[in-house]
Design a protein around this ligand. Structure first.
Ligand code: SF4
Length: 394
């Protein structure tokens, strides 16, 4: 595929141009904090992109051109659809190079189905995300369950249409009538269900554009979970309209299961900076993985959190607690590249099966095991981090 020219995209059917997304605030192209991190060594090591599969319309769009310019040496391979790319998705042969694929490959696509789904647990709504897939490699990640074995980032280039869709959806809701577990006053939209927005921000301005859009919607708030500390996000000026949720688990578990992520201590240490930069900062205690000694490990983590998190973060913090779920297909894939992690994740003695709507065999902790563990964890939080309000636990 020939790289498209950088000329303006006259055929774009966007409802408004990318340049207007930041108005009347600071457009992403002139953000004061610069993008030093995404062009630095850590970003280069995480994303040594060598090939980009691209739908032609995605490659020709302004956002697609931004991504292609960002990785000028990558080979561009034209594909008819960002789904089911032969040799990439659903290919068990990729297991041996699972992690390499995540860093060396990107996909550019146009998101066709713009649907906002009700949620009611972590967020009121699940927004159509700006990406699908992730360059990090958490071995319990549920995203590949639906996508196939290899799971590199697909960047959706029609971010303008995603934002226009969200604007209409938010306008239709009106004000939030009463507080709920998601938020007291704002409709919360999860913008990162199928990826990590902080990692996406290493590639292009999709995350910045969403953060900028939400600061103009007083009845709504964006929310995303992350395991990656990307200092470039500190320059986005979210003005309190984006909630970042740093995912935490005991460091020993994280080193084994959260591959390619920022160390847990780094995520905790970043909380004050992100609050000061205008984010609401919450924590995801997830996934909670049961193994011998898990209570002591979580107690250590909560004590550390209590020791280092500044008071100003504590005053506004809340947490989600999510017990591990797993999947038979993913378990078998993981045995091919990271069997040590499966000793923790796959524990039939403690788990029960649940057939999902798409026929996949998922497992979760047995009801009584889960109830006891959640109770134990609540007690640990009460004892070691009593300021940490639990928004929900399941
Ligand atoms: S950070 Fe999230 S999306 Fe990325 S691999 Fe981990 S669990 Fe999956």
């Amino acid at each position: 595929m020939t790289r498209p020219s950088a000329a303006p995209d006259g055929g774009c059917d966007a409802l408004f141009g990318l340049e207007s997304l930041g108005a009347p605030g600071t457009p992403s192209a002139t953000r004061p904090a610069g993008d030093a991190f995404r062009t630095g060594d850590i970003a280069r090591r995480l994303l040594p992109v060598r090939q980009i599969y691209a739908e032609p319309a995605a490659a020709a769009s302004p956002r697609g051109r931004q991504v292609l310019d960002r990785f000028p040496h990558a080979r561009v391979i034209e594909v008819a659809s960002h789904w089911g790319i032969p040799g990439l998705h659903g290919n068990e042969g990729n297991v041996e190079r699972w992690v390499r694929v995540k860093g060396e490959t990107l996909v550019l696509g146009v998101k066709k189905n713009l649907v906002t789904r009700p949620n009611g647990r972590s967020a009121d709504w699940i927004a159509p995300g700006p990406s699908n897939g992730c360059a990090l490699a958490c071995s319990y990640c549920y995203v590949p369950r639906r996508k196939g074995y290899a799971n590199p980032i697909t960047v959706f280039t029609n971010i303008d249409r995603i934002i226009a869709h969200l604007g209409r959806h938010i306008a239709r809701q009106g004000g939030k009538p009463e507080p709920n577990q998601c938020d007291d006053t704002a409709w919360v939209y999860d913008i990162g269900e199928n990826g990590d927005c902080a990692v996406d921000a290493l590639i292009c301005d999709n995350t910045a554009d969403l953060v900028h859009a939400f600061r103009h919607w007083p009845t709504a708030k964006a929310s995303f979970a992350t395991k990656f500390v990307n200092p470039d996000l500190l320059g986005y000026d979210p003005r309190g309209r984006t909630r970042i949720r740093f995912s935490l688990m005991p460091a020993d578990d994280s080193r084994l299961l959260d591959l390619r992520t920022s160390p847990v201590e780094e995520r905790i240490a970043a909380a004050g900076d992100f609050l000061d930069a205008g984010y609401e900062v919450h924590f995801n205690l997830s996934p909670v993985v049961l193994r011998p000694g898990w209570r002591a490990a979580w107690a250590d983590l909560l004590r550390h959190l209590d020791d280092v998190v500044p008071q100003r973060v504590k005053r506004q913090a809340a947490a989600e607690v999510i017990m591990l779920t797993h999947n038979q297909g993913l378990h078998e894939v993981n045995l091919g590249w990271h069997p040590k992690g499966e000793d923790l994740l796959w524990q039939p003695r403690l788990q029960q099966a649940k057939r999902s709507e798409n026929g996949a065999l998922n497992v979760r902790y047995r009801n009584h095991v889960k109830a006891q563990a959640l109770n134990d964890l609540r007690e640990l939080i009460d004892a070691h981090a009593p300021w940490l309000r639990i928004r929900y636990a399941f």
